[in-house]
Design a protein around this ligand. Structure first.
Ligand SMILES: C[S@@+](CC[C@H](N)C(=O)[O-])C[C@H]1O[C@@H](n2cnc3c(N)ncnc32)[C@H](O)[C@@H]1O
Length: 486
């Protein structure tokens, strides 16, 4: 292994990793929850394979008996022993032992990394993560031109301003709190997640201790008994304001006053607390019903020089450091001169639109979540913006109506959810003929699909900027500029 130091990461210690376990002989599969267990009666087959590349989820690609394997935690060029089990039509493979490790491999700093699955790239150096994300975008965007070099993050930890932790009981009926292992409802007990805001994890720890020493019970998914399901924490990274949302299975909160008092005493920097009631048997964290327990029920934070009020249920970008770079690029791509009518579609709490309003004639925002729209309207007033209007509704329907009324827009900035946009929206963009479309996306796969539609219908791509909003995970953000062909 080369002695060259990779930027910001510790290279692999050949003998032990950070948690003190022997690295080369580490039984990766033993540390993973039930997903790795073979179906009843089936023994895993152990085989030696060589990794030839990475999937877009960061899994190593290898071949075994002419079949393709996708192996989490394996890096290109590495030789490893893997355990293989047949699951239905598919082969499930896990690293048992890395025989020769790649230069890019580093010790994952998180002791829960192999169990949790919330991060997928901690075993890669920062440079290797950046290369992987750049390659993913380059590949997806090949039909449109060459993307610019990715915007990386100087300190790629502690960045999340929103955490959600789950509480439950272990088999000894003891209170545990942590994160769900990937694709499961199995709680991995943990007291620190390295991409969470550290203060938020301290608050979670206090709540865990409170549960252990009080009558308040975590909710048990199997029996349907108990009270506390999740805790959601939102932190204003600039303002320091903190929101704590208790997600409970019932609206009857016995011992509410004692709890609120104890938590505020332990963490005087909490500025608001809410109770959210979720009685549904679902993986969606927040329910509809919400009650403010103390404070104003929202937090405020500063982004790109503007102040934003954020509700519990509204979307707010989770990595504000990288969001400023992303929005900066989006506004640059919009090429605003002060007169344009700009549509901010899928606008959330109005962040992009309000930042753009300083350089535009008029901004029209549309968003489906009513709490987010209420925040956007408040945010516009709070910042003294007089040229922006926000509407609640489906972005596709809104655009269809605009096109039917023959209205005009010079620039459309769109930032849909992971599933991307839809034909109603895209076909209306084509009818409205804005000179520029700036497409922000946290899922470049659906972004490329939608860009293909726009390119087929009169637009050309003038720039693509990848942004690493989610270090340590395989997710990557991207913003693209499309211009109407003459
Ligand atoms: C990725 S977020 C972007 C929000 C905002 N642009 C920002 O940067 O914070 C996507 C937003 O689209 C909203 N959304 C989802 N489906 C929608 C639809 N069909 N019409 C309008 N908004 C929608 C979500 O509620 C969410 O606020």
């Amino acid at each position: 292994m080369s002695k060259r130091k990779s930027q910001g990461n510790k290279k692999v210690n050949k003998k032990t990793n950070k948690s003190g376990k022997p690295f080369g002989k580490q039984n990766f599969s033993q540390n993973r929850p039930s997903k790795g267990k073979p179906p009843r009666g089936q023994k895993p087959i152990t085989a030696e394979v060589t990794c030839s590349g990475l999937t877009d989820e960061g899994k190593g690609i290898a071949e075994w008996k002419g079949k393709r394997l996708e192996v989490p935690l394996l890096l290109p060029g590495e030789k490893a022993e893997v355990n293989i089990v047949q699951k239905g039509k598919f082969l499930d493979a896990e690293v048992k032992n890395v025989i020769t490790s790649a230069e890019e491999r580093v010790d994952p700093p998180c002791p829960y990394y192999y169990e949790c699955g919330g991060c997928q790239l901690q075993h890669m150096s920062n440079d290797a993560q950046a290369r992987f994300k750049q390659d993913t975008i380059n590949q997806l965007m090949k039909p449109f031109g060459k993307p610019d070099p990715i915007f990386t993050m100087d300190h790629p930890y502690d960045y999340r301003n929103k955490n959600h932790n789950t509480f439950g009981l272990n088999h000894k009926r003891q209170v545990i709190g942590g994160l769900y292992a990937q694709h499961t409802h199995e709680i991995i007990p943990m007291d620190r997640c390295l991409i969470h805001d550290p203060k938020a994890d301290e608050i979670i720890d206090t709540i865990k201790d409170y549960l252990k020493n009080s009558k308040m019970q975590p909710y048990d998914e199997d029996t349907g008994r108990g009270f506390l399901r999740h805790v959601l924490i939102k932190v204003g990274k600039v303002s320091g304001e903190i929101m704590v949302v208790l997600v409970a299975a019932s609206s009857e909160f016995k011992g509410k006053n004692n709890f609120v008092k104890a938590l505020r005493k332990a963490h005087p920097d909490i500025t608001t607390m809410l109770l959210n009631v979720n009685k549904r048997d679902t993986s969606v964290v927040l329910g509809e019903q919400e009650k403010v327990l103390f404070g104003k029920g929202t937090i405020t934070d500063t982004l790109c020089g503007l102040e934003f009020e954020i509700s519990a249920k509204s979307f707010y970008q989770i990595n504000p450091v990288q969001t400023e770079k992303l929005y900066g690029k989006a506004i640059e791509m919009a090429e605003l001169s002060g007169n344009e009518t700009v549509i901010d579609a899928y606008c959330g709490i109005g962040t992009i639109g309000l930042v753009a309003s300083r350089k535009a004639g008029k901004v029209i925002g549309v968003e489906v979540n009513k709490d987010a729209v209420r925040d956007a309207i408040r945010n516009s007033k709070r910042n003294g913006v007089t040229n922006a209007r926000f509407y609640q509704g489906d972005a596709g329907e809104f655009m269809v109506d605009m096109a039917a009324r023959g209205e005009k827009a010079d620039v459309v900035i769109m930032d849909p959810p992971r599933s991307g946009s839809d034909e109603a929206f895209l076909s209306s963009v084509v009818k409205l003929k804005p000179k520029r479309v700036v497409y922000v996306s946290c899922n470049p796969e659906t972004q490329a699909r939608d860009m293909k539609y726009l390119v087929k219908n009169g637009y050309e791509v003038e720039g693509i900027q990848p942004v690493d909003m989610f270090p340590q995970t395989y997710h990557v953000e991207s913003v693209a500029k499309l211009v109407l062909k003459r």
